[in-house]
Ligand binder design. Structure first.
Ligand code: 5GP
Ligand code: ZN
Length: 113
């Protein structure tokens, strides 16, 4: 956990471009954006990925999706947006702190893999 990049971003040990923060969620710009809007939404509690969501820690997941809906309204993303989480090496997860990519601002390719 001490070596977790996103825990260090939450702590401010590593700088990030913050978009939103509350008691349980932190949102910041992806360092390598795939679209004009590419934000990462992360729980402040360290959860290594989607496979580690449990009845005990899942309340923050619902809250993350509330924040996504709020950001979509604030940013006027009426043409749409995409939310993605990669879990494990086959899905290309590179940072093992659960995160949801919020991607928008251009027409996105429709592909599942
Ligand atoms: P994953 O590949 O695990 O689904 O997504 C990890 C994301 O974290 C990538 O889109 C990558 O660009 C982003 N990322 C990696 N290191 C940093 C960093 O130091 N700062 C920020 N803001 N994003 C990062
Ligand atoms: Zn972490």
């Amino acid at each position: 956990m001490n070596d977790c990049l996103f825990c260090k971003i939450i702590n401010g040990e590593i700088p990030s471009k913050k978009i939103y923060e509350d008691e349980t969620v932190y949102v910041f710009e992806d360092i390598a954006p795939a679209a004009p809007i590419h934000y990462l939404l992360i729980p402040k509690e360290h959860i290594s990925g989607a496979s580690e969501i449990t009845a005990e820690n899942s309340a923050v997941i619902a809250h993350i999706f509330e924040v996504i809906a709020k950001l979509a309204k604030d940013l006027d993303l009426k043409d749409g947006f995409r939310v993605v989480t990669n879990c494990g090496p086959d899905a290309g997860q590179t940072v093992f702190h659960l995160h949801y990519h919020l991607i928008a601002g251009r027409k996105l390719d429709i592909k599942m893999a």
